[in-house]
Design a protein around this ligand. Sequence first.
Ligand SMILES: *Cc1c(COP(=O)(O)O)cnc(C)c1O
Length: 424
Amino acid sequence: MTQTLLDRAKTLDKNDSLSHFRERFYIPAHDDGSESIYLCGNSLGLQPKHTSDLLAEEMQKWREFGVKGHFLGKRPWMPFHKELTHDLADLVGALPSEVVAMNSLTVNLHLLMISFYRPTKSRFKILLEEKAFPSDHFAIESQIRLHGHDPQAGMILIKPDEGESLIRLEKIWEAIETHKDSLALILLPGVQYYTGQLFPVAHITERARKYGITVGFDLAHATGNVPLHLHRDGVDFAVWCHYKYLNSGPGATGGAFVHERHHQNKDLPRLTGWWGHNQDTRFKMETSFDPMKSVEAWQLSNPPIHSLICIRGSLDLFRDAGGMEPLRKKSLALTGFLEELLLERLADRISLITPAEPSERGSQLSLQIRPGKKLPKQVFEDLESRGVVCDWRYPNVIRVAPVPLYNSFLDVANFIERLEEVTK
Ligand SMILES: *Cc1c(COP(=O)(O)O)cnc(C)c1O
């Protein structure tokens, strides 16, 4: 690496008030034992060092107390999910009564669509992106079928213009206007998983609600990545996972948001289980369902403590870092640095499909590898063999996500150096 680039990265790291959070994570090692250049937190976040201690505490409690652990110890299991409520609410800009960690993302999507996708004969369509994450596409398609409608007619798929990668907002506005009387639901991502495009949650919600259309967001790539204001923006419901930017481990329990205005609505259909029943009388084991007056009414089962404690571990770090505001600030700097170096040194070899406007993206940049001496997949594999961990998406895209909690400016510089080497 040139001395100037190295010096610059080191200076940026020295002036970064969040740089010490890196030490609170395990950075996976490369084959030669050195730290890998891990830029894959959009796929699986790294493990906070103290999480295994927290997990061990819960194992110890189980060993010591058995069933009594539901009521004893530092964090009794009975109300355990509430250990997360406050910090999760902060993270997504919600009231504590509006968020809960439960199930997994796709399960939550189904459960909330049962309540919030209520098609009628004339209003039964769902607006989504043509290239939605497959699980979201499948969930929507199957829900439409479940209600006896034809997915072909029921799915309004928006897509980028010919030859473009990003969805122009006008496309969304046009689709809303065109289908305003037949749309039952709009379901879009907060941040698009492939391109990294950040959608304006407030604006979309406002436009949809003007016509009485329900709005849900999949925040898998947005939670813990960009600031969110779900309550203020008036979003009806949202779902997310905790294993990407939330560093809670593979398959970690998911998250759900339901806006306060729906909490007391007795007309909403809902799939129910005992954990959604009024907690004060839950153990009377009576069979007339009395829903919690919060998003907790959507809970079905008692939650997996071993997964929730890992979310607690990660939320500790978000809290210690001061929440999304300082993290977003660093994220903008880190991603801006990556973009600047890519454009300066590699513009002939890659193009960026992520929006150039920082307010329209999170921490991920998606790089399209231009046809060169090597096949794009080979470029990715050569990066891997040099200790870079990022993510490959067919046919020619590498997704790179410098995460403000544990990535450094030096990581970015190292990545650039490796990418220059393998595309020479
Ligand atoms: C990661 C991701 C998923 C994964 O769903 P799971 O139910 O957690 O397996 C779904 N949708 C989107 C948009 C994602 O980014």
